[in-house]
Design a protein around this ligand. Sequence first.
Ligand code: SME
Length: 178
Amino acid sequence: MAFKRPHRFYYFDSQVYNFRGMAEDLTLVRGTKEDQYLSLIPQLEGLLDGEVDLIANLANITAALKEQFHWLWIGFYLVKDNQLVLGPFQGPVACTRIQKGKGVCGTSWTKKQTLIVPDVESFPGHIACSSLSRSEIVVPVIQHGDVVAVLDADSEHLNHFDDTDQYFLEKIVSLIRF
Ligand code: SME
């Protein structure tokens, strides 16, 4: 007589199957900053592949960066009605609107350039969304020549961001399709 599996195992198998089908676990690595970005970027490409919803994609990018790097704050501000408006982010609550040319974010927008700020207290007009932030990098997201958003990362450590962050964060924002 053939072995008959108890019904509960069929139930268990189908739960495992569903879980595997839906899983979006990140593989997190230790190592140099470069190693961490090199591991993360193909995974971000996979997460974005086939998904056209902008908010879903921005949300996953911020979550993945937060999980890998544990920065104080990481998030997007989106250009809306000639202002930057808070978008998907990970970290403490933040200012909701930033005017063009104001703060590090608004300056990155105006200059269409990545800004690395080793000490936020030495950046004239820096907007302190969190008193814990000590250094910052802001990367503009440029589509068809216009800034459509900025990616902002804050650290509670001085001098935390460098050219490596700039290089890889610019690569990451280039994956986004608005
Ligand atoms: N510090 C930024 C404001 C945004 S928060 O840091 C999240 C700025 O000066 O534009």
